[in-house]
Design a protein around this ligand. Structure first.
Ligand SMILES: [Zn+2]
Length: 393
């Protein structure tokens, strides 16, 4: 299949899906709200259906992802996990006789930041979905520690080392900062690689585990995706959860001499196009007088020709606070200007009043934005595909 990355309109949150050449599915975060959960957004698009429409089915007819990366355990990145995904032993999957739309999504392998292993504290508060993720991750790690291996549906990779040697015995399931890996669901995949850029050793004091620390623990991966089987045309997708300015400054210090590591063809703006990604000065206090961090901007400026930057957030409106922030958008547009790139926002595409998923095809010639499937276009396609009356059948 044509590799594709889909970004779903989930407001200020993240949910994106990579499908590789061989159909392998990698989900990054999820935010599937019940419309009823969110009175300010009663007409929220049915992104659960959008996601399911793009997922493969296995031999048992189960919708599945080969890997589910949770960038960090905040609600806007894991909402809907318990409702839509199977958690618990793979053998206990109980939905095989249900209709397709009611089947929980099977997670063949979890990819998780080690921060979820931190003890609960007053400041380290997790929502119910994040707690469920943490419990499932612990179950899978325990199984690996006991058996030294795990089967499909019980697998996990930990993205980054934890402090005090807590992750030292994880061996085969630990991806260390700066590692480049192609492993997924227990095998090497020929159609992608990914470099783990963060977190690098999570070492904050327990007391510092607050919201900012959680954002600091965001997994940052730079994927390289094969557009063609021979691997001549590979394109980069840089994604970094809610990582903020200090992390990007640190990455620039580390890679200033080898900026190729940070190059991208597609960037998902960290933290929903927040100003906090590019500056230490708060937008509400400083406004236009706020200073851009040269290091953070440099780290996020390694755009290749024709690059796309996707902001996963609500519509970006002047005077509407942060995130998303109009000035952050302007900075990203300035980064794209010299490379003839394009900035898109999930909350505005194709319309602010009716956003639809953004699908970016990873074509041989480079990433290409697909025409959105609007309601009108879907109706036209359905009408064209419908059998005509009176044709004798
Ligand atoms: Zn977020």
């Amino acid at each position: 299949m044509q590799p594709v990355i889909s970004f779903f309109p989930v407001g200020n949150g993240d949910m994106s899906l990579i499908r590789l050449l061989d159909g392998t599915a990698i989900l990054i975060d999820c935010r599937i709200r019940l419309a009823a959960d969110d009175p300010s957004d009663p007409d929220a698009r049915d992104v659960a259906k959008d996601l399911r429409d793009r997922l493969p089915r296995d031999d048992n007819g189960r919708p599945y992802v080969d890997a589910f990366l949770l960038s960090h355990p905040d609600e806007d990145h894991c909402c809907g996990l318990r409702r839509h995904f199977h958690l618990g032993a793979a053998e206990d999957y109980a939905d095989d006789s249900k209709p397709d739309e009611e089947k929980k999504i099977f997670i063949r392998e979890m990819w998780s930041s080690p921060i979820i292993f931190r003890r609960k504290s007053k400041l380290h508060v997790l929502c119910e979905d994040a707690k469920a993720w943490a419990a499932e991750a612990r179950r899978r790690v325990k199984l690996f520690r006991e058996q030294g291996w795990a089967s499909e549906g019980n697998r996990i990779l930990i993205m980054g080392e934890d402090k005090d040697g807590k992750t030292d015995d994880l061996g085969a399931i630990l991806i260390k900062s700066d590692d480049v890996f192609s492993r997924i669901n227990g095998a090497t995949n020929n159609y992608f690689s990914a470099r783990l850029l963060a977190p690098s050793l999570v070492c904050d004091d327990e007391e510092e585990i607050d919201l900012r620390a959680k954002n600091r623990s965001s997994v940052i991966l730079n994927f390289e995706i094969w557009a063609t089987p021979v691997g001549m045309n590979r394109y980069r997708f840089l994604t970094g959860g809610d990582a903020e300015v200090d992390i990007w400054e640190r990455l620039w210090e580390r890679y200033e001499a080898t900026p190729d590591v940070l190059e991208y063809d597609i960037l998902e703006t960290p933290h929903h196009c927040s100003w906090r990604v590019l500056s230490h000065d708060s937008w509400s206090n400083y406004g236009e007088a706020a200073q851009v961090s040269a290091g953070a901007r440099a780290a996020l400026s390694q755009a290749r020709y024709g690059a796309k930057i996707v902001a996963s957030c609500k519509p970006i409106v002047e005077g509407d606070g942060d995130p998303p922030c109009t000035r952050a958008k302007r900075e990203f547009e300035a980064i794209l200007d010299p490379v003839d790139g394009k900035f898109v926002c999930t909350g505005e595409t194709p319309h602010t009043w009716a956003p639809a998923p953004i699908d970016i095809d990873i074509a041989a010639g480079g990433p290409r934005l697909r025409e959105p499937r609007t309601a009108t276009a879907a109706a036209a396609t359905a009408a064209a595909a419908a059998p005509r009356a009176g044709c004798g059948d």
